[in-house]
Design a protein around this ligand. Structure first.
Ligand code: ADP
Ligand code: ZN
Ligand code: ZN
Length: 812
């Protein structure tokens, strides 16, 4: 007897797998979608393993097969189990990541006659039951839903149950029809032989039915069916003419499936591999030598490709992919959602014409459906997409590329499974033998640490490739805002920045002013010396709470009143909260009355059209100064920008998060990369109250190594990742008091577990209100577990309703 271990589509199934007997008439493979009885329901399941021994003594039978082709590959089936264990998600949630769009559907119940017919004694049956039997006898099978409609739900179900009980009828189940259907278009072809059609053409002409004759004549000349739209374009005939010929039996309409290809409407000229620089060549050689590993035979080959924007990383991705394809393999390329611009897609599409699939959340359901099936059939050498594209059914996977690997968007934080794409990709590589390239100008500290400890291979591209003048990295000046206040300058613009703006605009250049909004209104800062109050225990900035007029540590719940004067310089102007883009715009228009301003943030784009419109306007030089937030920092190529000003670099530093320094470094490096992209060269000015901070200093010098050295020391001292792993437990409730009490109760439970198991290296931080304390009307409190393996403990405890668990969180 063979058994299938199935992940069942029910929240009750949790992280468990269930054994079912495989009935002798079914062939079942790993990855296949099946119907299984579960309680008193029939549910979808995915077979994750086959075995000779069931996990439990009593097993039920698989009820049927949903799709004869396996939906998950064996590697994906293993990956789903790993995700569920690692991130403590429901097993089916992990499986669902890999299912085709529109897969999760309900079963439809049918009623039909039993195969063995009984002597029918209908005398004891009600009139309705007799009616039902007659119907199924006539039609073969009937939808239960249809009976419910005519008889009423209760009556129909009772009548059917009795019939089934007496063996007079049987139930069977099928999947509800797919909502996303393959798209078809009408094609025309002759319904008669060509010779006959030609004779008909003459006859029609005699009868002065010249349009019908023209249509027929056109089709006679075709060797294959022609789409209706093409026919109409070629000979311009109305639909009624087509109908007339169809009615006469001369022409046939045939529905032919077409692909909704998201790239279809762009004609992209092909591109060819560039001759690599020496640094590129040696990086590519390393990657090449580790393509073609056998699955699971060793550690996967992971490369960190570290190089500034413009150093030629993408060209390496392209050539490494080409090599993998030459060896009969395929690739997946992941980019942050924001980088999924037409230009990025085009670079891949033009190198591998017709062989690229695009997957992202903005595609219609139908497009996603088509792309998924195209990929599964092996029609695409390269799949490019945002984080979920890692789950594409790409066969023969040989290479995974993650561009801008440090980006937050690679972590799914808002719903379970809360996976990190980078870690999933590396696991998938281990299971398939694929190689992984992680690319970044500012790698995450964890990734760089792995490169230093030689878990990953470090490949470096030290310089920009473009030989044109001005393509070197821009000069960065750090302005100390405390000095400005000393000389009485209370404006948002330092003397240096004002002069630079006037000069830039005067010489025909453009200016970007960047304001980091994230966290701006959450900490208070001395207006004179820039001092920010921090938690003595956790080192993170204290968060200001309006309601209580108090300062609060979001890691350990330490509280204090707002001091009357600055503890460092005794200035009474301590309560300075951040500013918004609107205020910046106002002040800019006063200080620079001649300049044309353009503001780019989510408020503006809400009613003034898309980001693209604003960008196009700026690129067309219809404005001199662009004011914006985070969005500006990302991969824009604006050659006329000769000056970038960062209004305050401090906001990011003061987020209550141990990654604040890393984030600030990454953001400033990216912003600095916006200037000097054209031949005009460029300058960057960073304003700050903490000019001595290592993140700011290192970003100003484009010096990743120094930044990393300082940061990794702090991580080691405070035992933060990569020297530990974190699990963030969040509880939410409409009542803040209940929330706090539950968080404290959970802390006691966890502390007890840790003590009784004697786990020495696991510590608990909190409970404390979450950084976003109130979200959609619910209060949130959090606990952080820190240690070498926090998920090992959590996986063995029941996590009560209302809690969410985030393993390896990206923002705490
Ligand atoms: P990155 O991905 O690191 O930003 P790209 O691969 O996009 O770098 O390269 C930046 C620019 O340099 C692109 O316009 C690219 O076409 C060009 N480029 C890359 N490699 C070479 C090369 N070996 N020779 C000439 N131009 C190159
Ligand atoms: Zn002060
Ligand atoms: Zn604290």
């Amino acid at each position: 007897m063979r058994y299938a271990e199935v992940s069942v589509n029910s929240p009750i199934a949790q992280r468990r797998i269930f054994s079912y007997t495989i009935p002798p008439n079914l062939t079942i493979d790993v990855g296949q979608a099946v119907w299984v009885p579960f309680g008193n329901k029939l549910l979808q399941g995915i077979v994750l393993e086959l075995s000779d021994y069931p996990l439990v003594e009593e097993t039920r039978e698989i009820a049927g097969v949903i799709d004869p082709h396996p939906i998950l590959s064996p590697a994906q089936a293993e990956l789903a189990c790993w995700i569920s264990e690692h991130y403590l998600s429901l097993l089916f949630e992990a499986v669902a990541l890999m299912l085709p769009p529109g897969f999760e559907r309900k079963p439809v119940t049918f009623i039909s006659s039993p195969t063995i017919s009984h002597e029918l004694d209908t005398s004891s049956l009600t009139q309705e039951q007799r009616g039902i039997l007659e119907l199924i006898y006539r039609q073969g099978k009937v939808r239960l839903r249809q009976l419910e409609k005519t008889l009423g739900k209760k009556k129909a179900q009772a009548a059917v149950s009795q019939l089934v009980g007496q063996g007079l009828a049987v139930r069977s189940y099928e999947l509800e029809p797919v909502k996303v259907k393959p798209k078809t278009v009408p094609y025309l072809r002759l319904a008669v032989a060509a010779g006959e059609a030609s004779q008909e053409v003459s006859r029609l002409r005699e009868k002065r039915a010249s349009k019908q004759a023209a249509l027929l004549d056109f089709l006679v000349q075709q060797t294959e069916p022609v789409s209706l739209s093409e026919v109409r374009k070629s000979i311009g005939i109305p639909a009624s003419i087509v109908k007339a010929t169809v009615d006469k039996g001369l022409v046939k309409v045939q529905q032919i499936e077409v692909k909704r290809d998201p790239l279809a409407y762009q004609s992209i000229p092909p591109s060819y591999p560039l001759t690599l620089t020496a640094a590129q060549r040696s990086a590519l050689e390393s990657v090449k030598s580790s393509l073609m590993k056998a699955p699971g035979d060793a550690q996967p080959s992971v490369f960190l490709l570290h190089g500034v924007t413009g150093s030629g990383k993408t060209e390496i991705y392209l050539q490494a992919l080409a090599e993998a394809i030459r060896r009969g393999k395929r690739g997946i390329v992941l980019v942050p959602e924001i980088a999924l611009t037409p230009q990025t897609i085009e670079r891949f599409a033009s190198r591998f014409p017709g062989r690229v699939a695009v997957l992202h959340s903005k595609l219609s359901m139908g497009e996603q459906y088509d792309e998924w099936h195209r990929i599964r059939k092996g029609e695409c050498d390269v799949v490019i997409g945002s984080r979920s594209a890692i789950f594409a059914p790409q066969p023969d996977l040989g290479l995974i590329v993650i561009d801008e690997e440090h980006e937050w968007t690679y972590k799914q934080s808002d719903k379970s499974p809360r996976y990190h794409t980078r870690d999933v990709a590396i696991k998938l590589a281990e299971l398939t033998g694929a190689a992984v390239i992680l690319g970044s100008a500012t790698p995450s500290v964890e990734t760089f640490y792995h490169a230093q400890t030689e878990d990953y291979h470090l490949l470096q591209l030290p310089e920009r490739v473009t030989p044109s003048e001005g393509s070197s990295l821009p000069e960065v000046e750090v302005v100390d805002l405390r000095e400005e206040l000393k000389v009485g300058n209370r404006s948002l613009f330092s003397r240096s920045l004002s002069q630079a703006i006037v000069k830039s605009i005067g010489s025909g250049g453009q200016v970007i002013l960047f304001l980091n909004r994230r966290g701006a209104a959450t900490f208070i800062q001395c207006r004179r010396c820039g001092f920010v109050l921090r938690c003595k225990r956790c080192e993170v900035a204290l968060t200001y709470h309006w309601a209580e007029d108090a300062l609060l540590c979001h890691q350990c719940n330490y509280r204090m009143p707002v001091p009357q004067v600055c503890p460092r310089c005794l200035s009474p102007r301590i309560k300075f909260l951040g500013l918004g883009t609107q205020r910046l715009e106002q002040e800019a228009s006063q200080v620079f009355p001649q300049a044309r301003l353009l503001r780019w943030d989510s408020d503006v784009t809400k009613h003034k059209g898309s980001h693209q419109n604003i960008l196009d306007k700026f690129r067309a030089h219809k404005a001199d100064i662009l004011i914006g937030t985070q969005m500006i920092a990302k991969g824009l190529d604006l050659p006329q920008v000769t000056l970038v000003g960062v209004i305050s670099a401090d906001t990011g530093l003061n987020l209550p998060d141990f990654r604040a320094g890393e984030r600030t470094f990454q953001l400033l490096s990216q912003v600095a990369g916006r200037a000097g992209r054209g031949s005009l060269g460029g300058r960057v000015i960073i304003q700050t109250y903490s000019p001595e901070h290592y993140s700011i200093q290192a970003a100003a010098k484009h010096d990743y190594t120094t930044f990393y050295g300082r940061e990794i020391d702090y991580r080691r001292q405070l035992r933060n990742p990569p020297f530990s792993r974190l699990a963030c437990l969040t509880y939410n409730h409409t009542n803040d008091g209940i929330c706090q009490r539950e968080a404290e109760r959970m802390k006691r439970v966890l502390t007890q577990e840790i003590d009784s198991r004697g786990i020495a290296d696991l510590s608990l931080i909190g409970p404390a209100p979450a950084f976003i304390h109130r979200l959609r009307g619910r209060f949130r409190w959090q606990l952080i577990l820190r240690g070498s393996e926090p998920s090992a403990l959590l996986s063995e405890l029941p996590i009560p309703q209302g809690w969410t668990v985030d393993i390896d969180p990206v923002g705490v």
